[in-house]
Structures are given as C-alpha cells and as structure tokens.
Design a protein around this ligand. Structure first.
Ligand code: GDP
Ligand code: MG
Length: 203
C-alpha cells in the first residue's frame, strides 16, 4: 500500500513557497512574482529508502492565522486541509525579519491549536533565498539553534532560485514524518537524484 502524506507549506507572502514547490516537482523557477491567491494541491510521488510515498503538498496562500477550529478551516477555502496536515513546512526569507516573525507566530498556533499528541506534528522551518545571504538579518547558526533547541523543529536553508537544498528539505521532513508516524528506523537516507519526467523523486 502506498502511504499518503499531506504537507502544508505556509509562510508570509513572497518568501518563495510556490518557488520551492515548483522547483521540487517541476525543476522550474520564475523570477517574476505571481502571488498565490488560492490554495493549490500538488501530488508528487517520492521514493525514500525504497518505499514509495504519495505526497499531497498544499501551497497555502497567505493566511492571517492558523485555523483555530475545524469550522474556521471549513469556512475559509484557503485553509482547507491545513489543520490535519501530517507535516508542515514553514518558509521565511532569510533577509526579511517580518517573515521570520510570521513563521514564529504560525508555529506557536500550530502547537496550540492542534489537539493532544497531534501537536507534536513534524514541523520544518525553511530559510529560503540563501543566495542572498549577504543581506540576511541573523546568522544562520543563531537561527538554527533557536529553531532546533527552543522550538523543537527541524531547520534547513535553501535557495529555490538555484535549486540548492530543495530536495534535501523534503527528504528531511519526510524522514522525520516517517520515523514518527510509522515508527520505522531509517538509518541511512541516500539522495539519488530527481526524476522529473514522471514527477517522482528518488530521495
Ligand atoms: P510565495 O508568495 O511565498 O509563493 O513566493 P514565490 O514563490 O511566488 O516567490 C516570490 C518571489 O521571490 C519571486 O519573484 C521569486 O522569483 C523570488 N524567489 C523565490 N525563491 C527565491 C530564491 O531562492 N532566491 C531569490 N533570489 N529569489 C527567490
Ligand atoms: Mg505563492
């Protein structure tokens, strides 16, 4: 049976959420900024350690807060599926402190609004636009320590523009989700490259 994992990608406008997803699935990048107005679901398949997973990647348009209840989620089309996602990618722009504040707020709301053990859902914080790192607002090490030690989330920096660490971040998140959800121990995760033609990435 193929396991399906839904991953919600959330972050402030313009941080590069759509670019990361498009680079991961289609090996495509656009300099032009087209704001995402409605929620979009991508369904790539990936192979991790010989197992196939179907991902449901939600490109979430800007939301002011994480939906506090099922009814709130139902009423706001942009957030459909966000509360019950199996994992979260929270993206910020390493040059924009406000986008980091947004991620901080959403992470807090995820932990508060998801009930019981589901509040321990895997969350990966992603610092995008690494290619512009001379303009970053905080050293990488400081952010990484804060996110990993205090927030207990994973942390990866990437550049959607140069496809740097994009596959890695999905691999990292899937690795955490698989380890937690299915209680399997994957000792080695090997990146074998992306197969773009059939939209299946071997990780
Ligand atoms: P979203 O609103 O979070 O979905 O952001 P988009 O993916 O639409 O990207 C917003 C803008 O940032 C676009 O003009 C992209 O070309 C640009 N962008 C995205 N990722 C990167 C990156 O890694 N480096 C640079 N320099 N620009 C990026
Ligand atoms: Mg977008």
């Amino acid at each position: 049976m193929v396991e399906t994992l839904s991953i919600a990608v959330i972050g402030a406008p313009g941080v590069g959420k759509t670019s990361i997803i498009r680079q991961f699935i289609y090996n495509d990048f656009s300099e032009a900024y087209t704001p995402t107005r409605s929620r979009y679901v991508h369904r790539p398949s990936v192979i991790l350690n010989g197992n196939m997973y179907e991902l449901k990647v939600l490109d979430v348009p800007p939301i002011t807060s994480f939906p506090a209840s099922a009814s709130q989620e139902w009423l706001d089309l942009r957030c459909r599926g966000v509360r019950n996602a199996n994992a979260y990618i929270l993206v910020y722009d390493i040059c924009c402190v406000e986008s980091f504040e947004y991620v901080k707020m959403i992470r807090q709301q995820i932990v508060e609004n998801r009930e019981g053990s589901s509040s321990e859902v895997p969350i990966l914080v992603v610092g995008n636009k690494r290619d512009l790192q001379r303009q970053r607002f905080m050293p990488r090490r400081a952010v990484s320590v804060l996110v990993k030690k205090t927030w207990k989330c994973g942390y990866v920096e990437c550049s959607a523009k140069f496809n740097w660490h994009v596959v890695l971040l999905f691999k990292e998140l899937l690795g955490i989700a698989v380890a937690r959800g299915m209680r399997q121990n994957h000792t080695s995760i090997r990146l074998q490259g992306a197969l773009q033609r059939n939209r299946c990435t071997v990780m």
